[in-house]
Design a protein around this ligand. Structure first.
Ligand SMILES: [Zn+2]
Length: 211
C-alpha cells in the first residue's frame, strides 16, 4: 500500500518560479489543534528545490510575521487563516531570490498619485489607523482608498463609522503583514485582477502537469 503525504488543499500556486529553474510551488492549507497551518510545497525532484522551498518559507516568516511549527509548517501567531493575506504574502515571498536579504516592509508608503506619505499605525486594540503626512485637499480620500484597499486585500474589517480604520478579524496586530499589503493598497484593483489570474491558473494546472 502506498502512503501519500497529506499536504492539505492547495490555495495558491506559483506556476513558474523565476528564481529557481521554473519549478512550480504551491501553498497548501491544513488545520491542526492550534488553528490554520500552511505548507509550502513543490513536486519538483530537482536538486536544490528543497533549499528554494526553505527560502520561500523564510521570506514568509520575515515578510509576514509567520512562525514555523516543529513539523516545518507555517502559521500566524493568532492561529487564524487570513486566507487572502497569506496568498498575497506567498506570492510576494516567491518574488524574493534565494540569497537576497529579506526584511519586513515599512508601515509607511509613498502614495505616488498624491505624493503623500501614508502610514498605518496600530493601537492596543489591534485597530490600524491610516493617516497621511499632510492635511491637504484630497488627502482624506487617499487615506480612505488605502484603508479600503487594505480591507479588500487582507480581508480586514472596517471599523464602523471610521473609514480610516481597519482591523483583522482575529483582533491581533500583524504589522509585517500590513506592510506587505500596504504597498499594494493604493492599486487594489490591479492587485485583485492579478489574484484572479493566479486563481485561474491554479484551477487549470493539475499536479500531473507540474514539474
Ligand atoms: Zn490574526
Amino acid at each position: 500500500m502506498t502512503r501519500t503525504l497529506d499536504i492539505g488543499g492547495r490555495i495558491e500556486l506559483l506556476p513558474m518560479d523565476a528564481h529557481f529553474c521554473d519549478i512550480s510551488i504551491g501553498l497548501y492549507r491544513q488545520e491542526n489543534a492550534q488553528g490554520a497551518v500552511f505548507r509550502v510545497h513543490t513536486y519538483s525532484q530537482r536538486e536544490g528545490a528543497r533549499v528554494r522551498i526553505d527560502s520561500v518559507k523564510r521570506a514568509m516568516r520575515v515578510l509576514g510575521g509567520m512562525e514555523e511549527t516543529p513539523e516545518g509548517l507555517l502559521r500566524f501567531p493568532c492561529g487564524a487563516a487570513h486566507l487572502l493575506a497569506v496568498k498575497r504574502l506567498f506570492l510576494e515571498a516567491c518574488k524574493q531570490g534565494m540569497d537576497g536579504e529579506v526584511s519586513a516592509r515599512p508601515l509607511t508608503i509613498l502614495d505616488k498619485k498624491s505624493g503623500l506619505h501614508i502610514s498605518a499605525t496600530v493601537g492596543s486594540d489591534g485597530v490600524y489607523q491610516i493617516t497621511a503626512d499632510r492635511e491637504e485637499s484630497g488627502a482624506e480620500r487617499r487615506v480612505r482608498l488605502v484603508a479600503g484597499g487594505l480591507a479588500k486585500l487582507g480581508e480586514l474589517e472596517k471599523v464602523k463609522g471610521a473609514e480610516d480604520r481597519v482591523r483583522f478579524n482575529c483582533g491581533a496586530a500583524h504589522d509585517a503583514l500590513v506592510g506587505v499589503l500596504l504597498v499594494r493598497a493604493p492599486n487594489v484593483r490591479s492587485v485583485l485582477r492579478e489574484l484572479e489570474q493566479a486563481a485561474n491558473r491554479g484551477v487549470l494546472a493539475a499536479p500531473s502537469t507540474q514539474n
